[in-house]
Ligand binder design. Structure first.
Ligand SMILES: Cc1cc2nc3c(=O)[nH]c(=O)nc-3n(C[C@H](O)[C@H](O)[C@H](O)COP(=O)(O)OP(=O)(O)OC[C@H]3O[C@@H](n4cnc5c(N)ncnc54)[C@H](O)[C@@H]3O)c2cc1C
Length: 483
């Protein structure tokens, strides 16, 4: 069943909120007249009080934290979002705050809100316009849907996450990184305009030229300043085919040296890499992709002739652009059929300074067994620090930065708690060398950790929160602010 079908099914017969009862701090479907309830504004969508939508909003891809909301808004328009925030502000509704869900693919409760209201942005999923250079979309649109609409026109968003069944609003709130980031930056670097309902209930359009403070605060802003309701996303021309080169290395430094060579000279369109269990410890697999027109296939020798991978390990495969972009989504049914999608996923995605990447990653892998990770990959690839420009996304200094991802699944006897404790230990070492945690991760963070994480940006981060969400209503699941 698609998302729209699920929402319609879940809404059928659901108890709907009609009023708020200030004396009890509660939402109600049929308030008792004694309760002096305040009627909620009329909505184009629905505010739901019980049922499968609430269960879904109390879970995420991590399956580690479960915080139940008291209601879920299925907005019928962006005005519903604005009306609900304004209503909450006017009537002192706090009860746990409010949070947004795109596709609930965070791993540590980031989109959840205990006792509050979740705004299910997946209900707003219209692609409004596609021009030669950009797409204008609702925040609930998934990157897979956008790509399906743009590829017939020969266009694609410049950077795609490895898994594209994620919402535009969800990755705009965290960053959105993929193998094209070395050239194009993250997805947040390719968003040219946002429409946001701030925590004060104002609908504001912002960009690098207009309301820049809000634009900078919201991109990778972890949902702290507002609800992203629409976005303009840059598009580039892409050829219809991709050639994927993979090859193995016994030595991490040899792989990263080749990765850095090819991101420097830009001969490929996409650069990633992985650690995999080998016969005698970890081995490393580079993944390099060249886009092409079928009339002009890539010159293989010129692309890979000088790379230092192990002889006999090269694999070359062609596919159409969409199949490549959608490759992870395509294996989800298999993972689901083995129950692996439903196990806890204490993922830890790290940004490691380029000049320390090999030592750090080797150190972590020396303490990591294949059983500590499970069936998802360990990802290792560099990107140019200068391509990543969103101020709210802290990254280590230096010319190159590595994404290093331990995409863990807690398969018994491994436990989520045990793997999270390992994540925290690794975080201490990462912090020591100036590395940063990607916010989707499962690593317990106290407020001092957040201060360290944002570093020099922390005072501005706090000022933005006070400016746009002074009542601290939005996205408590990130665990940043507690007043
Ligand atoms: C299988 C898989 C593969 C992944 N691959 C990648 C990858 O290659 N690269 C990468 O960068 N990430 C990747 N991720 C992580 C993913 O980008 C984040 O988890 C992202 O936040 C998920 O988007 P979502 O739509 O599910 O958002 P959610 O998890 O629903 O929300 C994420 C955060 O953003 C907030 N939020 C959601 N929508 C809005 C909105 N409209 N306005 C304001 N705040 C909002 C939420 O409250 C929450 O705090 C992957 C995740 C999974 C499960």
């Amino acid at each position: 069943m698609n998302r729209r079908g699920f929402l319609n099914g879940a809404l059928a017969g659901a108890a709907l909120v009609t009023a708020y009862i200030p004396s009890r701090g509660a939402w109600a479907a049929k308030p008792d007249p004694k309760d002096k309830a305040i009627k909620i504004p009329s909505l184009d969508g629905q505010l739901v009080l019980a049922g499968p939508l609430l269960q879904e909003a109390a879970d995420d891809f991590g399956h580690i934290i479960s915080s139940a909301p008291v209601a879920v808004l299925i907005p019928g328009s962006i005005h519903d979002v604005r009306k609900l925030i304004q209503f909450a502000n006017k009537n002192g509704v706090k009860v746990g705050g409010m949070s947004m869900i795109g596709n609930t693919h965070s791993t540590y409760g980031q989109s959840q809100v205990a006792g509050g209201v979740v705004i299910d942005m997946s209900a707003l999923c219209e692609i409004h316009q596609i021009s030669a250079t950009e797409a204008y979309v609702d925040a609930g649109v998934r990157w897979s849907e956008l790509l399906e609409a743009t590829l017939p026109l020969g266009k694609s968003p410049p950077t795609l996450t490895d898994y594209i069944d994620l919402s535009v609003g969800g990755t705009a709130s965290v960053g959105g990184i993929g193998g094209q980031a070395f050239r194009h930056g993250l997805q947040v670097d390719n968003i040219t305009e946002l429409e946001i309902v701030t925590g004060k209930g104002k609908l504001v359009t912002c960009s690098a030229k207009k309301n820049k403070q809000l634009f900078d605060a919201a991109r990778a802003g972890l949902g702290q300043v507002g609800i992203i309701v629409r976005a303009r996303v840059r598009l580039i021309d892409v050829p219809p085919m991709v050639r994927v080169y993979t090859a193995y290395y016994d030595d991490l430094a040899a792989m990263t040296s080749d990765q850095e060579l090819v991101i420097d000279d830009g001969r490929f369109d996409y650069v990633e890499g992985f650690a995999e269990p080998g016969a005698e410890g970890w081995v490393y697999k580079i993944e390099l992709v060249k886009y092409f027109d079928p009339q002009q296939p890539p010159a293989d020798a010129a692309l890979i002739g000088d790379l230092a991978f192990t002889d006999g390990t090269l694999n070359v495969a062609d596919s159409d652009y969409f199949s490549f972009a959608n490759r992870v989504v395509a294996v989800v049914p298999i993972l689901q059929s083995f129950g692996l999608w439903d196990l806890p996923h204490p993922w830890f995605d790290m940004f490691v300074p380029g000049d320390q990447a090999v030592d750090f990653i080797e150190g972590v892998l020396a303490q990591t067994t294949p059983a500590d990770v499970g069936p998802f990959p360990i990802i290792i690839y560099p990107f140019k620090r200068a391509a990543a420009t969103a101020p709210a996304l802290p990254l280590p200094p230096g010319e190159n930065c590595y994404l290093f991802s331990l995409l863990r699944t807690a398969i018994p006897p491994a436990t989520a708690a045990g793997l999270i404790a390992k994540n925290r230990e690794i975080y201490e070492d990462l912090h020591e060398i100036g590395g940063k945690r990607y916010a989707i991760s499962s690593v317990p963070f106290a407020q001092q950790d957040w201060k360290d994480h944002f570093g020099a940006y922390w005072p501005l981060f706090v000022c933005n929160k006070l400016e746009y969400d002074p009542k601290n209503t939005l996205t408590p699941g990130q665990g940043i602010f507690s007043w």
